[in-house]
Design a protein around this ligand. Sequence first.
Ligand SMILES: *[C@@H]1O[C@H](CO)[C@@H](O)[C@H](O)[C@H]1NC(C)=O
Length: 260
Amino acid sequence: MSAAAAASAVRRSILVVAGIGDGSGTGASTARLFAKNGYRVAVISRSPEATSKTAEGINSDGGEAAAFPIKSYTHEEIHSAFNAIKGHWKDSDIRVGVFNAGSGVWKGFLDITEEDLKKSLDTNIVAAFGFARESILAFKDLPLLDGQKKGTLIFTGATASVRGNKVTSAFAAGKHGVRALSQSLAKEFGPQDIHVAHAIIDGGILTNLTKSFNKDPEWEENVAKRLDPNSIAKSYLYLAGQDRSAWTWELDLRPAHEKW
Ligand SMILES: *[C@@H]1O[C@H](CO)[C@@H](O)[C@H](O)[C@H]1NC(C)=O
């Protein structure tokens, strides 16, 4: 093996995950599962505490993670975070990006302010464009990994990605936008060996926050009634491992006993 081949053979893969809320949901579960599967994990989020807590948890568990907190999801800040990630692990390549950031507002249409709408569009759509741009730029000059693809970009969707409802006009507009972005990117970059996927999370996810809202104890205890973020993470790992002959643009995940 040539020195160059030997060097490339040892390059590790990096997962960049953006959006981890308080560190008890999909983003953090994804970070932990990918770390267990040999990825170096870069965590981007707007909460410095949750970001460093998630990274520290992975490191103390024998994985490798680093925190890249940002103030807001502007394109400039996302660009700086990706630069910092590349500088942090020079001997590794960003191979998977998971865009899990989001912003919800649940109000009747006449109560939605221009500010509510802009917040939803900024965090759901503008941020997703910035994250996608940095991920694709990071992937595009890499060699195929295992002869399959240059990288995988996954977006977390919601029921509101495909269905509007009484109090979701601003949230659904944002989530529909992310879905449209992911579909456009899948078409444009599939032929360049970049895998873009969108996951519709069609139900309530069990996190510390949703536990505190939910008054029905069965909702927490019965695994068939809500989505476990660790189970969502398994699907994300599966998407990242799919080969080029049959890969998924969109999947939907819902608990077995969901009523809709
Ligand atoms: C979630 O709640 C549990 C139980 O209260 C707590 O131990 C854990 O630290 C919380 N997780 C996060 C990320 O805050």
